[in-house]
Ligand binder design. Structure first.
Ligand code: F6R
Length: 242
């Protein structure tokens, strides 16, 4: 695992974006694994700027998002599909039919999980997977105790994650407690993994990921097994590392 510690969140976003820009320059038809949440937003802004400046193109790119709330349609403002459209896809030259997010409105979620795995496989696998990390060490919606070999499946969210994500929902709005998420095994299959973390509230999770035991109690510790995983973190997130 490679650890890159940078001064602040802006430097983390810029460093992370450059990894993706380099990848797209090397392989125009890259398969990208993408994440939602607050952390990747600035990275996406940098990618949008690079696309507008004609430095990179997304025309041949395929994307797979990590996760989606089960029970929300893609048109719901809190769905991750909606987030991706707003934060990235609407602003770049990507073919939207090649952007995949697990279907939160699937009639048969179990079949949809299997189909998602198949789709990743038939696209040739993920070249680079972008990750954030939960305060409890989750990656995607793989909460603590998730199997380290797990594949795309339905997962119940922990109380901690529901509370952390409540900030995105209005007080009286329905907040799902279930998700469809790529498994830890699915994530580990990506050729390269880039995890971004910023802020002091991620310091415990980063400590457990980097210096802790390989354990399902901290799903991100599974990245210790990956041949090409890079953690790009700011000084605050790194503050508990020895
Ligand atoms: C999002 C995802 C989550 C987030 C994590 C951190 O698709 O899979 O694992 O990356 O919850 O979220 P933020 O970046 O909002 O702190």
């Amino acid at each position: 695992m490679q650890i890159v510690i940078l001064k602040d969140s802006a430097s983390v976003a810029e460093y992370g974006a450059n990894i993706f820009i380099k990848q797209l320059k090397k392989k125009a038809d890259s398969v990208l694994g993408l994440a939602t949440g607050s952390t990747p937003v600035s990275l996406y802004q940098s990618l949008i700027a690079a696309n507008k400046a004609k430095q990179i193109s997304f025309k041949a790119v395929t994307t797979f998002n990590l996760d989606e709330y089960l029970g929300l349609e893609g048109t719901h403002p809190q769905s991750y599909r909606y987030f991706m459209n707003e934060q990235l896809f609407e602003h770049i030259d990507i073919d939207k039919s090649k952007t995949f997010v697990p279907p939160g409105d699937a009639a048969n979620p179990l079949e949809a999980c299997q189909a998602y795995e198949e789709k990743i496989k038939s696209a040739g696998g993920i070249d680079i997977q972008l990750l954030g990390i939960g305060r409890n060490g989750h990656i995607g919606f793989n909460e603590p105790s998730s199997g380290l070999m797990s594949r795309t499946r339905v997962k119940t969210l922990t109380k901690a994650t529901i509370e952390d994500n409540a900030r995105f929902f209005k007080e009286d709005e329905y907040q799902p407690h279930l998700s469809i998420t790529m498994g830890i095994g699915t994530i580990l299959d990506a050729k390269k993994v880039v995890l971004l973390a910023t802020g002091e509230n991620k310091a415990d999770a980063i400590l457990a990921t980097v210096e802790g035991a390989l354990t399902a109690a901290c799903p991100a510790s599974a990245l210790q097994l990956h041949q090409d995983a890079v953690l790009v973190i700011d000084e605050a997130a790194a503050s508990k590392l020895s």
